[in-house]
Design a protein around this ligand. Structure first.
Ligand SMILES: N[C@@H](CCC(=O)N[C@@H](CS)C(=O)NCC(=O)O)C(=O)O
Length: 310
């Protein structure tokens, strides 16, 4: 096992498709990691002690460095563990640009299909998710009404995936598993886990064979860790320092500015801290937490906004 401030800790819960996306990368790279299972609904005190307020899952922790959002997590894992690479010949940047499309497969197709079969939703879960989305979200009649359209949209998107496999390649990007597999699989796996009538997917035998290959990758070297232990590890570690704020920050932010970072879509809980480094693809802020000590929290730029603290 790596020294504790190098251990890869993934704050997660197993049902999450975004977590599954990261686990595929952990598996491809055969990384030993600690699964820190967080509650599915708020409050999540040990998670927000680390993030400063961000409550979504997954979050990667390495010592006192906290990486929020699955795409940023994957880039960081790829930076620290470059072998095997996650892409085969295709430009990685364009693959990350596709990530939001694969994620939309969840909200626009998987959710209506899953909840149109008459299953019930725990009222506490529904209240929590309404709050996360900032609007009434859990809407079984609405999802039921949307299901026929979702089925059409799902089939069209599965057909794109199927065509990628038409030349008998094993993985979406070629001969070895990589980013496209990690992006495309999670929502399909989620629908299967939720036990929906899956005839639509089974109509694509190349996809079902590919799903089996992805499942066989496993999830890397997993062992469990408690949420309290993860906070303690952060409190004993020192965050990575260094970096700088790259020129051409769109809104003139500078190193040392007190800023507030939040997701632009949902789960917009603000995280406040001092900007220490930033680029087109990341922003790092430092903050002091009562329990976790000095933390560097890292966020992607696409899908997040940063404002100078008022
Ligand atoms: N853009 C985020 C989305 C993550 C996300 O929406 N995760 C869901 C779980 S699948 C979540 O955190 N829901 C609210 C919660 O658990 O508090 C990412 O890529 O990591």
């Amino acid at each position: 096992m790596a020294p504790e401030d190098h251990q890869v800790i993934l704050h997660q819960y197993d049902v999450s498709p975004y977590v599954r996306k990261v686990k595929i990368v952990l598996a491809i790279k055969r990384i030993d990691w600690r699964a820190c299972t967080q509650p599915v609904i708020a409050p999540k005190p040990d998670l927000v002690a680390l993030t400063g307020g961000y409550r979504k899952i997954p979050v990667l922790q390495i010592g006192a460095d906290i990486y929020c959002d699955s795409d940023l997590i994957i880039r960081e894992l790829d930076r620290r563990y470059p072998d095997p690479p996650l892409h085969t010949g295709t430009d990685k940047a364009i693959l990350f640009a596709l990530s939001p499309w694969f994620a939309a497969l969840l909200t626009e197709t998987a959710v209506p299909l899953i909840f149109s079969d008459g299953r019930s939703v725990d009222p506490a879960f529904a209240r929590d998710r309404d709050q996360v989305m900032g609007r009434p979200y859990v809407d079984i009649p609405g999802w039921k009404a949307a299901a026929p359209r979702a089925a059409e949209a799902l089939r069209a998107q599965l057909d794109w995936i199927d065509r990628m496999l038409a030349d008998r390649r094993s993985w979406l990007g070629g001969d070895t598993p990589g980013l496209l597999d990690a992006f495309a699989f999670p929502n399909i796996g989620f629908m299967r886990d939720m036990g929906i009538d899956i005839a639509l997917i089974d109509a694509f035998p190349r996809i079902t064979a590919w799903e089996e290959r992805v499942c066989n990758l496993g999830e890397g070297g997993r062992s469990e860790i408690s949420t309290a232990e993860a906070v303690e590890i952060a409190s004993r570690a020192t965050p990575l320092t260094g970096g700088d704020v790259a020129p051409n920050e769109p809104n003139g932010l500078k190193a040392g500015d007190r800023v507030v970072v939040r997701a632009v879509d949902y789960g917009q809980d603000p995280v406040e801290g001092i900007l220490i480094s930033a680029s087109a693809q990341h922003a790092t802020i430092q903050r002091m937490d009562e329990r976790a000590g000095l933390i560097s929290a890292h966020f992607p730029r696409f899908g997040f906004q940063i404002d100078r603290h008022a």
